[in-house]
Design a protein around this ligand. Structure first.
Ligand code: AMP
Ligand code: MG
Length: 349
């Protein structure tokens, strides 16, 4: 398949309008279009077309039991595809358009290919102008997971999409770097009106609790689940984001991290906070110390994480060590992605 790529920096230009009209056409005909969102790039198909949605699984090499997110142009469109309620309305008013996905009972308008046979559907209204313009041009809801090959880090720029998806999709819309860089927060609305957090993201626990005070955190968010335990969000059980290089999280001071890393044979990479670069580069060659971001700036770390995970593999390290992020707020989203990238290898020093 030939993949067309269009760069869109301003949705109002004539060239952008032409590209968006063409992308909308491709989607209505059952094709695949990759588009930028504020979280990561999405791999989209018409969410009402089972055949189109099944092409997403093929293009990504995605297991068929891992459902897709239905993207809508306006928060109120959710009621066409899901049984919404007053809790959804409050979440929508507070956070949509934006990086929040809500799980609700599915309506028959969405084929089971999209929900992987579950009785619920995930709905999100993105804020990125190109995603919004595409939803408008398509006139159909767009089912989309992240636009990476299954198992790789989610793409946060068109170059990363192209690495994984050239020849596998009809079109890639290049909208520059993703603002957030981690996938959306996913919450499930329970029957009693409480929320369960299935995947942490830029809409943080404290932000959610301002709207719905009762928030449960699903077990799989912060830990590896014991063999055989059912996960609430199928995506959480898969090995994820993992660089090919051995990646280990170290929970300790920079002195403890240095002492531990020095004992390891081979070429070591150290992912470090900006403030610690001078310290680590006195013990390791500077080109082996990779700056992740300022220690307190979890938003910057989030934005850079997936790019770093992709690029670390190109640096021919035998092993990469990284600090264990805090579990609070945006740190929880980082912690959740990092433990998966490290295949749950954490050393408490
Ligand atoms: P991705 O954005 O690529 O991570 O893919 C969508 C994510 O949404 C996956 O982690 C899915 O497991 C999750 N998801 C989609 N639909 C549902 C659902 N009905 N219930 C729970 N999780 C879901
Ligand atoms: Mg994904």
């Amino acid at each position: 398949m030939k993949t067309e790529i269009y760069e869109i920096r301003c949705v109002d230009s004539e060239a952008a309008q032409n590209a968006l009209a063409r992308a909308g056409d491709i989607l209505r005909r059952g094709g695949l279009v990759v588009f930028p969102t504020e979280t990561v790039y999405g791999l989209g198909a018409d969410a009402t077309d089972a055949t189109a949605a099944s092409r997403i699984y093929t293009a990504k090499g995605r297991p068929s039991d891992n459902p897709l997110i239905v993207h809508v142009e306006a928060p109120e469109d959710a009621q066409k595809y899901a049984v919404t309620n007053e809790v959804y309305d409050r979440l929508a008013t507070a956070f949509m358009p934006g990086p929040l996905t809500v799980i609700m009972p599915v309506k028959p308008t969405i084929p089971s290919t999209v929900t992987a046979g579950l009785s619920t559907v995930a709905v999100r209204c993105p804020s990125h102008p190109v995603a919004r313009a595409l939803l408008c041009a398509a006139g159909v809801p767009i089912a989309a997971p992240s636009a990476n090959l299954s198992g790789s880090p989610s793409p946060t720029c068109a170059r990363h999409v192209a690495e994984d998806m050239m020849g596998r999709v009809d079109m890639i819309l290049d909208g520059g770097d993703s603002e957030i860089g981690l996938e959306s927060t996913i919450v499930k609305i329970e029957e009693d009106g409480s929320l369960t957090l299935l995947r942490p993201g830029a809409v943080t626990p404290s932000m959610l609790m301002e709207i719905v005070p009762e928030l449960h955190i699903a077990d799989a968010v912060l830990a590896a689940l014991p063999e055989g335990q059912t996960v609430l969000s199928p995506g959480m059980k898969y090995r994820h984001y993992a660089p090919k290089t051995t990646f280990i999280l170290l929970d300790g001071t920079r002195e403890q991290i240095t002492a531990y890393a020095k004992k390891r044979k081979g070429k070591i990479g150290i992912l470090c906070y900006k403030e610690d670069f001078d310290f680590f580069s006195t013990y390791f060659p500077a080109d082996q110390c990779i700056i992740w971001g300022k220690r307190e700036d979890t938003r910057e770390q989030a934005k850079r994480l997936f790019t770093l995970l992709r690029e670390m593999d190109k640096l021919s390290f035998d092993c990469i060590f990284a600090p264990l992020p805090p579990r609070e707020e945006m740190g929880m989203a980082l912690y959740n992605r990092m433990i998966r990238a490290a295949a749950h290898q954490i050393v408490h020093l």
